[in-house]
Design a protein around this ligand. Structure first.
Ligand SMILES: [Ca+2]
Length: 134
């Protein structure tokens, strides 16, 4: 069941205004949970010393995902279902970027252990019933 047009506008406003908090975590309101349908996680790259990290390029993520028009993404440690924010907050990894513009980037040379974990990415689709918004 899709959202009403009013609910959809609220979702779009939340997406545009949500931003991130001081720790870089994306803000999620209770209502926001109902705005997004998350596609299954995809893992398009494995960190190797040759590549120097794990790079889930957004183009590759979209190509591999069932969601072709993502409005949001989330990233987690592959196989452990642990959000990247958690490993950053625990000091296990540094400077992980997870956003719609680049996808996920993790560089080995910025990590305390000298190497990145393997990450996977889920693309989020704005839930709607196909109604034209504008
Ligand atoms: Ca990966």
């Amino acid at each position: 069941m899709g959202l009403t047009k009013a609910q959809l506008w609220t979702c779009l406003a939340l997406l545009c205004l949500g931003g991130t908090d001081a720790a870089g975590r994306q803000q999620r309101s209770a209502m926001m949970i109902h705005c997004i349908i998350w596609a299954p996680y995809v893992n398009t790259n494995y960190p190797t010393p040759v590549e120097g990290g794990d790079f889930e390029n957004i183009t590759n993520v979209i190509a591999a995902s069932t969601c072709k028009n993502p409005v949001d993404i989330k990233c987690q440690v592959a196989g452990f279902a642990m959000p990247y924010q958690d490993v950053v907050n625990m000091g296990m990894q540094n400077n992980i970027n997870c956003n719609l513009w680049t996808g996920l980037t993790c560089s080995d040379n910025e990590q305390p252990s000298g190497s990145c974990y393997d990450y996977e990415v889920s693309a989020g689709l704005l839930e709607h019933d196909g109604a034209t918004l504008w």
